[in-house]
Design a protein around this ligand. Structure first.
Ligand SMILES: [Zn+2]
Length: 96
């Protein structure tokens, strides 16, 4: 099932009508909603990589949902590959 189809099944006017809100429809809805919840990017930089330690742009940061590399320069609010919302805030207080 395509997300567009799931959205169509969920978007009915009459509240009394249950629609075709099947398991499949709900799974698609859940997937879409989960991408709206910010997730922290994953740091896959090797600890012994001196270039990465010297230059932040050499760090390997990947999307927590699709595991594709994220651009550190732009630090986009969303992954441009899968649309996952990203949380770039650093809890441990490390400044770059
Ligand atoms: Zn992604």
């Amino acid at each position: 099932m395509k997300p567009e189809e799931a959205l169509e099944e969920l978007s009915y006017e009459d509240t009394a009508y249950g629609g075709n809100c099947t398991y499949e429809v709900r799974q698609e809805a859940i997937k879409a909603l989960q991408k709206q919840i910010p997730r922290k990017p994953i740091d896959k930089t090797k600890p012994d990589d001196t270039a990465s330690l010297a230059y932040e742009n050499c760090n390997i940061i990947v999307c927590p949902t699709c595991s594709r590399r994220l651009k550190l320069k732009s630090k986009g609010k969303y992954c441009d590959k899968c649309g996952q919302k990203l949380d770039w805030s650093e809890k441990d207080g490390v400044q770059h």
